[in-house]
Design a protein around this ligand. Structure first.
Ligand code: GAL
Length: 690
């Protein structure tokens, strides 16, 4: 019997992430919609009225206790869940499920005063204090112990409660660059473990023979002062790894504690999509990945004069494509319902934009969308932040009305749903991976070599054309199977090793189409250059060798030519000698290396390798290279204008228009229009059934 049990347990552990996600979400629901509520902000006599209206607007779940540690544990070791029980019961009365939070982002004042050592210390020496949030150090064992005690009580209380659908850990946990003495101690322990207690191994990894930096013991090591000029960047690389690990571990421990008591509840956190911080996907115990996203706050990343009211057309798409591949599903915990309070300018979104964002989240394949927040707060730091209802607590805001509309539309679609993966063949044929490791960005950041270099923008120069191709894109890590993708782009992948290069080679030999871009595989995983010709680790793949790289003044860019068209560049250009079987796709047309190649293509094994050794000014060269590649390998693509995207899920096609002009979309043959019209206005949405 015991053996059978362990076997079943092992089977459960080995369930694929996709299968596990199916435990909680049904194809027929498509997506569920929820909203944040802070019972502790409102007089209890108003709760019922709020939940009733929430239900009437169509919301299916609410979100509690995110910042309520002071109310949950008013004195050390004295817990009060009675008020929360009443809120959960009232929500249930109106059919609202609850997402419960661990509230570790806001420790109560008794803790900060009694144990001041739990506070984060900034690099400049400032010690954070009570009165805001997120001032406690994840590296402090005491803060963690106090957190775990509170979480354990909460999990014991709500872990088996079927009204609670899931848990959110902390709030937007970031990587803390914390100089608390416990962090320094933790860093030393991390290094001892990593280098097996051999200080020589650390000295080699950090190249400390340089500038007399050599250490004779781990006790001499301090946290790197990142603002000090020329600080050892190998050390900073390890520090960033350690710091991301602190956040990951804190979340893992919280999750495991909840798991001890919970039944049928998912556990997640709500990350800000800071792709570069390196912690997203790092807490391996979480059930799936969830993000928060704000679209309109002042910067004009949108299209046209009023683009600042609509937002960056690919901001949500990219988060979808980044978060979904980890476990095959994702949710969005926060999406603004209107104006925010923290932007440089806090404009009204364009009418329709809030609904457009919800459809953007849906299009990527999410299982839920939750909005921040139900009522506009009357006091505190977030005054002026819109809610689903106004300051009077009852008038539905324009954003609230758009939520209501979206929820009604989803109910309509539920009648037509198909399985999640029901997508047209020609869409799936365009499936493309972008290989991502945040450590490349960290490493390049310390040695950009040209002030105009921007790793994320470099990656976007490939992502943007892919979305105009109507390609489903997955950002993947090295843990994934490359073979699942007909095309894989590896942009500026600076840190690599022979094993990874061999995996790229195997992928190509078996028929994969690999696109490598400049700065790839220049350094080992510790950021040291290889003792070999510069950049030569990938020569067997590209067939080329690199003569040198050049960097130019932004005000006097160079020209590179492809198919008789000129493109400008200045940030980074590699001057190549092509191999015998390389096709030269683009050549530099000025400077002393005029006529030399910057972009090459070759067939290798059953696949192909495209090498783009240059970063163009506006990404137009990268777009043309990808177009040429997909034509060569005979993968037909769409040609959607920037601002228009199209995705498929559950047998629906979803077309979104972020541009400042109406867009006429021709429905595929036999498709059935369900929402919107073929002429899609700005901020408009079209949904059809295939
Ligand atoms: C988010 C945060 C929320 C709330 C919101 C306001 O970044 O997670 O707690 O502060 O911003 O827009």
């Amino acid at each position: 019997m015991k053996q059978l049990f362990s076997l079943l347990f092992l089977c459960f552990l080995s369930l694929s992430p996709q299968l596990q996600a199916q435990q909680w979400f049904n194809d027929k629901d498509l997506t569920q919609t929820g909203v944040y509520y802070y019972p502790e902000h409102w007089d209890e006599s108003q709760w019922e009225c709020d939940f009733k209206q929430m239900r009437d607007l169509g919301f299916e779940f609410t979100h509690f206790a995110e910042f309520a540690w002071a109310q949950l544990e008013p004195e050390e070791g004295k817990y009060d869940f009675a008020w929360l029980d009443r809120a959960v019961a009232l929500a249930a009365k109106y059919n609202l499920k609850v997402v419960m939070c661990t509230s570790t982002a806001t420790p109560p004042v008794w803790m900060t005063r009694k144990y001041p050592e739990i506070r984060v210390k900034l690099e400049d020496g400032t010690v954070l204090d009570h009165g805001a949030r997120q001032h406690a150090s994840f590296a402090s064992p005491l803060y963690r112990e106090l957190s775990y005690k509170m979480i354990e009580k909460l999990a014991q209380h709500y872990g088996k409660d079927s009204r609670i659908i899931g848990w959110q850990l902390d709030n937007e946990p970031a990587v803390q660059f914390d100089y608390n003495p416990k962090a320094e101690q933790g860093f030393r322990d991390f290094l001892r473990k990593k280098y097996n207690n051999h200080i020589k191994a650390l000295n080699d990894a950090w190249g400390t023979a340089f500038w007399s930096e050599v250490y004779s013991s781990f006790d001499e090591i301090t946290l790197p002062k990142t603002r000090q000029m020329f600080m050892n960047h190998h050390q900073i690389l390890d520090y960033r790894r350690f710091a991301a690990g602190q956040t990951n571990d804190f979340l893992d421990q919280q999750c495991l504690l909840i798991r001890k008591y919970s039944k049928d509840q998912w556990v997640v956190t709500n990350y800000i999509p800071n792709y570069d911080e390196g912690h997203i996907g790092g807490s391996k115990t979480l059930d799936f990945q969830v993000y928060t996203r704000y679209m309109v706050y002042g910067d004009n990343e949108g299209i046209g004069r009023r683009g600042y009211r609509v937002g960056n057309p690919l901001r949500i798409a990219k988060a979808n494509d980044f978060f979904r591949p980890f476990q095959g599903t994702y949710g969005v915990m926060e999406l603004q319902p209107g104006q925010v309070n923290w932007g440089s300018i806090n404009p009204q979104p364009l009418p329709g934009a809030v609904r457009l964002w919800m459809w953007s989240v849906f299009a990527g394949g999410s299982d839920f969308i939750c909005t921040y927040r139900y009522r506009q707060p009357l006091f505190g730091t977030e005054q002026y932040h819109y809610g689903i209802v106004d300051t009077d607590g009852v008038t539905v805001t324009p954003g609230g009305q758009e939520y209501q509309q979206f929820i009604e539309e989803i109910k309509l679609l539920r009648k037509h749903y198909a399985p999640r993966e029901d997508k047209p063949k020609e869409y799936l044929a365009r499936k493309t991976a972008i290989l991502h490791n945040h450590e490349n960005g960290w490493s390049i950041q310390r040695q950009k070599q040209n002030v105009t270099w921007d790793t994320e923008k470099h990656i976007d120069k490939y992502y943007r054309p892919l979305k105009s191709f109507g390609a489903p894109v997955d950002f993947i890590t090295e843990e994934k199977n490359f073979e699942d993708y007909p095309v894989m782009i590896v942009p500026a992948y600076q840190l690599a090793d022979k094993e990874l290069v061999q995996r790229w080679m195997d992928y190509v030999m078996q028929g994969g189409n690999l696109v490598l871009t400049c700065r790839t595989a220049h350094k080992d995983r510790m950021g040291r250059l290889f003792e070999a010709p510069f950049g030569s680790l990938i020569n067997d793949l590209t067939g080329n060798s690199m003569d040198f790289y050049d960097l130019l003044l932004p005000e006097d860019p160079g020209i590179i030519q492809m198919d008789e068209k000129n493109y400008t560049w200045n940030t980074w250009g590699e001057i190549l000698t092509p191999g015998k079987d390389s096709q030269v796709w683009a050549t530099y047309s000025n400077e002393f290396y005029e006529g030399k190649p910057g972009v090459t293509f070759r067939k290798l094994g059953k696949g192909t390798v495209t090498y783009v050794g240059v970063d163009s000014t506006d990404g137009s060269l990268e777009t043309e290279v990808l177009k040429k590649l997909y034509t060569t390998i005979q993968i037909p693509v769409m040609d959607l204008p920037y601002g228009v995207t199209m995705e498929y899920r559950n047998g629906f096609g979803i077309v979104l228009n972020y541009s400042d002009k109406p867009y006429k979309f021709d429905l595929p043959k036999g498709a059935n229009l369900l929402i919107g019209e073929e002429m899609i206005p700005t901020a408009g949405v079209l949904v059809f059934k295939i």
